[in-house]
Design a protein around this ligand. Structure first.
Ligand code: PMP
Length: 419
């Protein structure tokens, strides 16, 4: 076949038959989760005997509390839990989610507002798939968690990032959001506390943003997975409670992963208007059916129990948070605002880029993360993964000793930086 040229003279890509296209364009365009990739590289180096300290993983380092594990063990031995559940979740788990949402957020919902999903990730994916048509735009405050833009694109939507930097503690304001709004905007993505920055919005800020969304008839997806991990004077407020007029166009994403150290159990949920929840449930009924029955039993135990376990984890995270922020800010060229929630620090490293470190001149945060991994044997995730080059994300969900040792190594390495 001769190469065709477009009217502008540039060669057009050769036309492929469906059988020549090995992977679909839609799925082929998804990139690997950068956070999981960093974690995998660190684990591989560790397995090869290198003393790598990982700040990459987004999961608590604590075991799941014993009473939750016991409930799961009991369910394992009961054949009732060896069967399918309704695709949208065990009725007793939906009831527990309704009660928990009232207890923790003051938000009144019914079981028909709930879909139990395979973790928060599936909740996000299915909710976007249920809300978006091709070309619909979703405003995504950046730095953003990598999964949001990918799941928006998979659903045919268009992510529109709105960047906030360290000077505002990575919080966007209404003026920035308004500048990004077009006639195609359907959804605002909102997350507080945030991954990757740990930013927590105040009630007043949430109210302003929520009222702006309501005024323009926008939908909102609010991710509350870190609701219980807030420190100091910071408080979590649920957006549809602060701005009730959004209720009918608001989808809440949540899960047990972070609150109860249950990342591997894979239980999350969507709370939303009944029509959207029904549509997402239909999708899930064909894609994956129910979440593992035993995991749902474990989640019932978690949600009907108290919050003692998360309070204990929170005390440890808070201590580590203060240590990591102090140690990072001691490094020349590094600026780390104090995160008020979740378990991530998100320092700017712009003041280090371009300097010479052990014969190399990392010009980007990707290159700097590579130098840090190879020279200091410390794994961190570069800001490129979150839509903002020039930053690093460090999870402080690791032991106190490892944390201090790891950041000391980074301090020593970056102290060698020369112009
Ligand atoms: N939302 C945010 C902001 C997250 O950081 C994560 C986990 N990294 C999730 C949702 C999803 O968690 P999971 O799928 O493990 O429930």
């Amino acid at each position: 076949m001769s190469a065709a040229t477009s009217p502008e003279g540039s060669p057009e890509p050769p036309v492929q038959s469906p059988t020549q296209r090995r992977v679909s364009a839609r799925v082929g365009s998804i990139s690997e989760s950068a956070t999981l990739a960093v974690d995998a590289k660190a684990k591989a180096l560790k397995a090869a005997g290198r003393p790598v300290i990982g700040f990459g993983a987004g999961e608590p380092d604590f075991p799941t509390p014993g009473y939750i594990v016991d409930a799961a063990a009991e369910a394992c031995r009961d054949s009732k839990y060896h069967r399918y559940t309704p695709a949208g979740g065990l009725p007793e788990l939906k009831a527990a989610i309704v009660a928990k949402t009232r207890r923790d957020s003051g938000y009144e919902i019914e079981p028909a507002n709930v879909l139990v999903t395979n973790g928060g990730k599936q909740a996000i994916y299915e909710a976007f798939a249920a809300m978006l048509d091709p070309g619909d735009e979703v405003i995504v405050p950046a730095p953003y968690w990598t999964t949001y833009p990918e799941s928006i694109r998979l659903a045919g939507g268009v992510p529109v990032p709105v960047v906030a930097d360290e000077t505002t503690g990575y919080r966007v304001d209404v003026e920035q959001l308004e500048a990004a709004r077009t006639e195609h905007t359907k959804v605002l993505l909102f997350v507080s506390p945030s991954n990757p920055t740990g930013a927590v919005y105040s009630r007043e800020q949430i109210e302003r943003i929520g009222r702006w969304a309501a005024e323009h008839g926008l939908w909102v997806m609010t991710d509350e997975i870190y609701e219980h991990l807030v420190y100091g004077d910071a408080e979590h407020h649920s957006l549809p409670v602060v701005v009730p007029e959004l209720r009918d166009r608001c989808v809440v994403v949540n899960g047990v992963a972070k609150t109860y150290a249950m990342t591997g159990w894979r239980v999350g949920w969507v709370v939303g208007p009944k029509d959207v929840v029904k549509a997402a449930t239909n999708l899930q009924s064909h894609a994956t059916s129910n979440v593992a029955n035993v995991s749902q039993a474990a989640a019932v135990a978690a949600l009907t129990g108290d919050l003692t376990a998360v309070d204990e984890m929170k005390t440890a995270f808070d201590r580590r948070r203060r240590t990591i922020v102090r140690m990072l800010n001691e490094i020349d060229g590094v600026v780390c605002p104090e995160p008020e929630g979740a378990f991530y620090a998100y320092p700017s490293v712009k003041g280090v880029l371009g300097k010479e470190i052990r014969g190399r001149r990392p010009a980007t945060s990707v290159e700097l993360a590579e130098v840090i991994l190879e020279e200091a044997e410390v794994a961190v995730v570069p800001g490129e993964a979150f839509g903002t080059p020039g930053y690093l994300r460090l999870s402080y969900a690791l032991g106190d000793e490892d944390l201090t040792e790891g950041i000391s190594r980074v301090q020593k390495l970056l102290a060698e930086a020369r112009d």
